[in-house]
Design a protein around this ligand. Structure first.
Ligand code: GLP
Length: 240
């Protein structure tokens, strides 16, 4: 059973999760974190900043959930750049220790296996931050994803491309493909922390937590994990 915490707003959620992450880092300076992009985890990264002042973060390791395929790495919306801009630079982490799946076309055939090997070599992910898409995706595991899946290339649904168009000039610029940690990869993390805010996420949150465990709603995979915390505001919790 997941632990569900309903908070007044995104900032309170950020404070709560940042407290947990900061104590993990203090207890183990080499802790391996699972990082997420999107707007949802931003309050966590912002709340971490003051909490990590004076803490040695030089050895913290991290793995991002996903990346667009074929996007120029210098593009401001490549998840590599988002992670550098929103997490690595403000928190003073070592960019060499924070990895993102490699979306370059030249190496895409083995990029998934390489990423899985790197996560395993790091000893696995201690705490994985998750957002959820309006269609119930976690990472970029769109509906139909296998619960056993590893990091691999996926095709983005039209709904996700439309949702993410706000980060680009037009929807046509949103890449068609992505490389994402699989549901199996996510389930191997030792603690999952799923965050969701706003009415638009209410159906996905209810489905993930209380609906049938089904590939049609990939977020429902969290019901298979022994340690899940779900931190939501009133609106995202409104269909629970
Ligand atoms: C994006 C990301 C996911 C994220 C989700 C929700 O496409 N690949 O990792 O959780 O969609 O995004 P947001 O937090 O901006 O609502």
């Amino acid at each position: 059973m997941a632990e569900v915490v309903i908070v007044p707003d995104a900032q309170s959620a950020g404070d709560l999760v940042a407290d947990e992450i900061a104590s993990l880092i203090r207890a183990d300076p080499e802790v391996v974190l699972g990082l997420a992009t999107g707007s949802t985890p931003v309050p966590v990264y912002e709340a971490l900043r003051p909490r990590l002042r004076g803490v040695d973060v030089s050895r913290v390791r991290g793995f991002a959930l996903d990346e667009y395929v074929g996007i120029d790495p210098s593009h401001p919306q490549s998840y590599r750049n988002v992670i550098l801009r929103e997490v690595v630079e403000p928190l003073g982490l070592d960019p060499e220790r924070i990895r993102t799946p490699d979306g370059a076309l030249a190496t895409i055939e083995h990029a998934g296996a390489d990423y899985e090997r790197a996560i395993a070599a790091a000893g696995g992910i201690e705490l994985q931050i998750l957002g959820i898409g309006t269609d119930g995706h976690i990472g970029f595991n769109e509906p139909g994803s296998s619960f056993a899946s590893s990091t691999r290339v996926k095709t983005l649904t039209e709904q996700t491309r439309n949702d993410n168009a706000r980060f680009f000039d037009t929807v046509d610029q949103v890449p068609m493909h992505c490389i994402t940690q699989g549901l199996g990869t996510i389930l191997r993390a030792r603690h999952l922390v799923l965050l969701a805010f706003g009415e638009g996420k209410a159906a996905a949150v209810a489905g993930a937590l209380e609906g049938p465990v089904t590939a049609s709603l990939p977020g429902s995979a969290i019901q298979l994990h022994p340690r899940v915390s779900v931190v939501v505001d009133e609106s995202a919790a409104s269909q629970l």
